[in-house]
Design a protein. Structure first.
Length: 380
């Protein structure tokens, strides 16, 4: 059974997500704004859930159609193959959102969609009432510019919830975004990564998971595991495949610094739960005392800023200190995420590359400073 799947992702990460899906062997991968689509069977669904680092969830895209009236919405939803996925006793709650469309009342759209699904299932199962005591099939809808997308969520909790971060600091970076920063920084199994403002350790943990080839969803549960329509053993087979790829002997190492001892304790606990504690050292140290380690290293950090933790003046002073401490030396790379458009001016150098994205609801940019080689270029 071939299905179309939709993987929402943070804006700006569509390319990374699409490339990862192609690497995973998924079929007909195509990136759109805020999401990546691919085709496949139930094994592809399980693989994407377990191994995707940058996607927010994996949904089955049941159908898309235009609707400007509730009648069109009802007919479009009713025509979809609901009985292929929902049994007689399964729960099927509905939630979604409406943007720039004639149908803008979310509660009314929820009621119409629910009614259409009930009627479709009633005709299939010859029932007038459904107890909905079984495993839930979360129906999600998006109505944008009068275009309706109807989806079934297979993930349950968002894929950024890897399972290791029971605790976090006041403003943690999302795991999917931290993983993307590690990818953009070119983290590999033999790298040395440093975060001088590590907080609860998310960036370093995601870098370690990537370097050691540990699938981010390996030790968590997914909603579709309880679906009767999913063949037995699908998730077990994909977990076994992911387990076989782990490289715990990789020479990757990382160090994280912070001025908050409580945050460091949380980081150590999170690294332990993620299974990467042997590769990361956490120490108490002020940014003003930071000096780049000798040899090759990659510095990746999410400094506190403006709306996040610091007032504007304190954030600007912090950027100046970063510019002084993040020296442009040979073999050093720096990656910083911030919403401040004046970051480069305050930091004192222009980034080699920038990528626009979001950290929560904040528009941000990821600034990448490549390795600096002081030797003069050689003429051919």
């Amino acid at each position: 059974m071939t299905m179309t799947f939709c993987a929402p992702c943070i804006f700006g990460l569509e390319g990374l997500c699409a490339n990862e899906f192609r690497f995973l062997g998924l079929q007909n991968v195509r990136a759109e704004n805020g999401r990546v689509l691919f085709d496949g069977d139930w094994s592809a669904m399980a693989r994407a859930n377990i191994r995707a680092r940058y996607a927010e969830r994996v949904q089955i895209l049941l159908g898309e159609f235009r609707a400007t009236t509730f009648s069109q919405l009802f007919d479009g939803v009713k025509s979809l193959p609901w009985s292929d996925y929902i049994g007689m006793s399964d729960a099927f709650p509905v939630k979604g959102s409406c943007l720039n469309s004639k149908l803008m009342s979310v509660p009314d759209c929820q009621k119409i969609i629910k009614k259409a699904v009930v009627q479709s299932l009633s005709e299939r199962y010859m029932l007038s009432w459904f107890e909905e005591t079984g495993a839930p099939r979360q129906i999600q809808f998006l109505i944008m510019n009068d275009r309706v997308s109807i989806l079934l969520d297979t993930s349950g909790a968002g894929l950024h919830k890897r399972g290791y971060r029971a605790q976090a600091n006041d403003a943690p970076i999302k795991e999917t975004l931290a993983a993307a920063m590690a990818e953009l920084s070119g983290v590999r199994p033999n790298h040395f990564v440093v975060d001088p403002m590590c907080g609860s350790g998310t960036i370093l943990i995601e870098a370690a998971l990537k370097a050691l080839k540990i699938a981010p969803g390996l030790h968590r549960y997914f909603a579709a595991e309880r679906w009767s329509c999913v063949p037995a053993g699908v998730f077990e087979e994909e977990r076994a495949r992911a387990e076989a790829m782990i490289d715990r002997d990789a020479p990757f190492r990382a160090e994280g610094y912070d001025i908050d001892e409580a945050a460091l304790e949380t980081a150590r606990s999170n690294a332990e739960k993620a299974g990467v504690a042997d590769h990361i050292t956490f120490r108490k140290r002020d940014l003003r005392d930071f000096t780049p380690p000798e040899g090759y290293c990659t510095v990746i950090t999410n400094p506190p800023y403006g709306e996040r933790l610091l007032d504007l003046h304190a954030a600007e002073e912090l950027y100046k200190v970063m510019g002084e401490r993040f020296l442009p030396l040979s073999g050093k790379r720096y990656t910083v995420i911030t919403p401040d458009d004046d970051f480069e001016k305050l930091f004192g150098r222009k980034a080699d590359k920038r990528r626009k994205t979001y950290n929560g609801t904040l528009k941000c940019q990821i600034y990448l400073f490549r390795s600096y080689d002081p030797s003069p270029s050689k003429k051919p």
